[in-house]
Design a protein around this ligand. Structure first.
Ligand SMILES: *[C@@H]1O[C@H](CO)[C@@H](O)[C@H](O)[C@H]1NC(C)=O
Ligand SMILES: *[C@@H]1O[C@H](CO)[C@@H](O)[C@H](O)[C@H]1NC(C)=O
Ligand SMILES: *[C@@H]1O[C@H](CO)[C@@H](O)[C@H](O)[C@H]1NC(C)=O
Length: 627
């Protein structure tokens, strides 16, 4: 059930072989839990992330607490698929269940089926928190384990008791689970390790590792090629105690005279493959990674090798051997001889540098505990908890980048949290224009004014965003008023102004929600002469003059169509005509004078070339002036 049980199982299988250190230091990975109401429970508590399901690395989950008295341990089904479903617009339900009577994972599975968004298992004794592991022996559990998609955590008995009583009293308890600090995120590169095993016949756990490597390979290679991550594969080995080195068991399970051992795949010490075959293949896989990096600078070939080896050289086909391995190695363009050199001699009575390094790396350092479970994933020196699933692991790795340095693969649609789907994530939006400031990322949503068709919106992203600059009127008319009537359109947006809205001429209003037609006739702003007959139109006005008169819109006057009666018009025309005549005459005189003086100087210049003149200086003066 717990990790301890699994370690015990491993050690029974490896027969009298113990880990090279006396006391294992197992670090329980935590996420933060804060109660936001009621007042008397408010505070931050710790909880230990379960080693199955999908912890929301880099994110948070807010919800209300539920506790079912009739099925308090959640060992049987709740019978309804929507018992814990959140009501429309309500917060998700976080279900508290009691520890005991069945597997942790089964409790979580039952609660998930009833609609829970997360499960808190309340410890039944006062003790330091442990990591809830997945059942390893039970093949029936393997079925539902894969399907657990919600996060779970173990909480202390004291907190569990308080939550249960408060909910029992009919009060609403709100709390928030927070995984944002579960993985350190100090810089723009993530270091991660995968502790695994080349054994492909150990049941569901081995199957899960194989499936994970296959599904994660693509993402891992993109991250590594882009320099975003530094990945190292690791393998656990044990050593045989002095007194047993010559025993049959140690001889079949170990290499280098009992120094590096692995459990027998069939646990029979007789048939099929022995533990030492597994140790050798593990060593080969480490060397593939090392040689691929050193000779080709392509360490990510490890992912190709491991998947190809599993497909082409399985134990079941009796191909789990050096010959088959080297075919795979050659097909990847790697030098099999270099790999053999890297592996060294497995028969000698001395240390193997690489495997010794692996045993040392197994011991926890700094914030990291010892590696005692297989498989184990370590991200930025913290052990990953949760199921080995492509999306879940990618999320954990992505949460290890310093904010804003995440590679594109972390910002892809499949990593989105879909928080924008409810209530637009609390961000600004323009429903009519279908423009929103809400952006889903794996870290949760952010409210950022968008860039639409090349136009940057500016504002706080929560309450306001406004289109700015050129082209802004093309996007939902810059958020300004616009109306069309009788195929005439007026708009309060103008590209010549960088921001804001202003009603066009003939209208008044705020320019955003409303611009009203100005009644020019009523407001006496035009068409007010005695002969004028005013008629308002939308956005303008019509003006007609009585009798034979013609309306001149620019001057807002009525004039006669034939000259004479309306003096104003006649005077204006005469003045204009006179002006034109004067300008034309003046222009002609100037032109004549210029032409003449130009010809004068030309002639004099030509003549100067043939006969020296007294007044040379004068000529030059003229020429300079003309050029
Ligand atoms: C788990 O999910 C798979 C695929 O959706 C489904 O076929 C299978 O029946 C599920 N297992 C259980 C135990 O519900
Ligand atoms: C590959 O080798 C270089 C030095 O040659 C080293 O700095 C780097 O850490 C290695 N990469 C991996 C993934 O081990
Ligand atoms: C709004 O825009 C999104 C993408 O930008 C699109 O998927 C959706 O269909 C649009 N909705 C409407 C009502 O136009």
């Amino acid at each position: 059930m717990g990790s301890v049980a699994y370690n015990l199982l491993l050690c029974l299988a490896c027969f009298l072989i113990v880990t090279p250190y006396v006391e294992a230091r197992f670090v329980v990975e935590m996420n933060s839990l804060s109660v936001t109401s009621p007042e008397d429970l408010k505070g931050t508590y710790t909880s230990a992330i379960g080693n199955f399901g999908v912890p929301d690395y880099g994110g948070t989950l807010a919800g209300t607490v539920a506790y079912s008295k009739d099925n308090s341990a959640a060992c049987s089904e709740f019978g309804s698929t929507d018992k814990f479903k959140s009501k429309l617009g309500g917060l998700p339900t976080i279900v508290v269940v009691d520890r005991g009577d069945c597997y942790f994972a089964l409790k979580v599975w039952n609660a998930q089926k009833a609609g829970a968004a997360a499960v808190l298992v309340a410890d039944d004794r006062d003790e330091p928190l442990i990591t809830m592991d997945s059942p390893t022996e039970d093949t029936a559990a393997a079925d539902y384990l894969e399907n657990i998609t919600i996060p779970s955590a173990l909480i202390e008995k004291s907190l569990g008791d308080k939550l249960k009583t408060t909910v029992g009293d009919g009060k609403v308890v709100s709390l928030k689970l927070d995984w944002r600090e579960s993985v350190p995120h100090p810089d723009e590169r993530v270091e991660y390790e995968f502790w695994t095993n080349s054994n492909d016949e150990c049941g569901p756990k081995c199957q899960a590792q194989i499936e994970f490597v296959k599904s994660f390979k693509g993402a891992a290679q993109i991250l590594e090629k882009g320099g975003y991550t530094l990945f190292t594969p690791h393998y656990i080995t044990w050593y045989c105690p002095e007194a047993f080195i010559t025993s049959r068991q140690c001889k079949s399970q170990c290499i280098n005279q009992g120094r590096y051992c692995a459990p027998d795949p069939e646990q029979d010490f007789d048939q099929g493959y022995d533990g030492k075959d597994v140790v050798l293949e593990n060593l080969r896989e480490i060397c593939v990674h090392k040689v691929a990096n050193e000779t080709l600078a392509r360490p990510w070939l490890w992912w190709d090798y491991v998947t190809d080896f599993q497909i082409r050289c399985p134990m079941s086909a009796k191909k789990y051997n050096q010959e088959c391995a080297e075919e795979v190695i050659s097909s990847l363009g790697l030098d099999a001889k270099k790999i053999r050199e890297c592996m060294g001699d497995s028969e000698t009575d001395s240390e193997n540098k690489i495997l010794k390094g692996e045993q040392e790396a197994q011991i926890g350092q700094g914030s990291r505990g010892d590696v005692t479970m297989l498989p184990t994933l370590i991200v930025n020196n913290v052990q990953y908890r949760g199921k080995l699933d492509r999306g879940a692991v990618l999320k954990a790795i992505c949460s290890g980048f310093e904010e804003k340095t995440e590679p594109p693969v972390c910002l892809s649609p499949e990593m989105e949290t879909n928080e924008c789907l409810t209530n637009n994530g609390g961000c600004w939006e323009d429903v009519k224009a279908n423009i929103t400031a809400c952006k889903d990322t794996f870290r949760g949503r952010v409210c950022e004014c968008p860039l639409v068709n090349g136009v940057q919106f500016q504002g706080d992203g929560y309450t306001s965003c406004e289109a700015n600059g050129q082209g802004r009127c093309k996007i939902h008319n810059g958020g300004c008023w616009q109306e069309t009537k009788d195929s005439k359109t007026f708009s309060a947006c103008s590209d010549s102004k960088a921001t804001g809205c202003e009603c066009p001429a003939g209208f008044k209003g705020d320019g955003v929600s409303k611009c009203e037609d100005i009644d020019e006739c009523q407001s006496k702003t035009a068409c007010q002469c005695s002969e004028c007959n005013c008629k308002n139109t939308w956005g303008s006005y019509d003006c007609e003059c009585s009798g034979d008169l013609l309306y001149i819109r620019e001057n807002d006057v009525c004039i006669s169509k034939k000259g004479g009666t309306a003096r104003v018009g006649w005077v204006v025309s005469m003045i204009v005509l006179l002006g034109i005549a004067l300008v034309a005459a003046g222009g002609y005189l100037v032109y004549k004078y210029r032409l003449r003086s130009y010809m004068d100087s030309e002639i004099r210049a030509i003549m100067a070339q043939y006969m020296p003149l007294d007044s040379q200086n004068e000529v030059h003066h003229h020429l300079n002036e003309e050029t």
